[in-house]
Design a protein around this ligand. Sequence first.
Ligand code: GLN
Length: 362
Amino acid sequence: MAASDFNFYSGRVIVHCLHKSLVFLAGKQNSYSVYNTEIRQIKVKKRHKDKRFVPLYLSMPRPCFFTLRLALRYTASMQSLSQIVHSSTALLAAAHVDAPRRSAQIIAAHVLGLDRVGLLLHEQDKLSAEQEKCIQALIERRAQGEPVAYLVGSKEFYGRTFLLNAHTLIPRPETELLVDYALEHLPSHACTFADLGTGTGCIALTLACERPLWRGLMLDIAPQALDAAQKNARQLGAAQQVLPLLGDLTCAPLLPHSLDLVISNPPYIAEEELASLSPEVRNFEPAAALFSPRSGLLHLEAAARAAQGALRGGGLLLLEHGATQGEVLAASLAQTHFWHDIKIHKDYAQLQRFCSARAPAY
Ligand code: GLN
């Protein structure tokens, strides 16, 4: 047996034994090797019904106290990494989950602590029973529709990893378009901004990371979301640039004429649209971050009102919205006779995705 077979437990147990004894060792392992000169015979009995114990049948020349030095062999799974990715993919495909192979790969990589390259390099490695069990448990949750991002607790946004939790939306690639727009249309020297309804902080923190001189507020009504945003700020080294603020965006406490940018991906789905959402969104993403009253417009309009008071002359407003809300929102901005340069922008799927507008230059 190779030394690496004994990687799970190696230790000493003191046992008092009669000629023939049954010893129960705590542990989940069912295979072992014993180094003890006094033991004549050692057999693993059939697994005890209490799975926490491994019954060993020992046979000795005489009754004695002795130290049993043992190495319990890790119960190797029969599956290699590529096999489990393959079988998980089949299971997820049968459950009609989107991108089954990608899901299986991300889950396996997460459990094994590997990145994409690691996943390829270790393809033929045998998994431990523990690793296999963890992967299977997550795959089962995925098969029930739980999004991968919640299972692994993070999601990539603008090339960075953001931690998330059940109280935050999963950052979407479409939201990167707002970030791009802000970066292109504002000076790279010192700017101040507010991200209303920050969630994971993906917008605010990406701006902070891309523009080291920018400073911003991250506002959210959910303390657990703000907690994730703060963790992300620390993890990305941007904590000095942002101020987390617990509050409601419908009455955002922003100083008048203090900001160059107000940016928001607020809740904007109409409650009536609940049934048309995919089960992944409907059953797992936080309702407070998804839905807004008044056909989904309440938070969008509130964010625009907050921006109207808080932006400096020429300041920029960027609001993400639903595919059918562009014209209505643009009309509502125009009605204020405050905003200039109101534009609706499309996303990769050519759907209306966000509105931009400028505060008048004084
Ligand atoms: N700003 C965050 C995001 O874009 C959260 C949005 C929200 O909670 N509605 O993901």
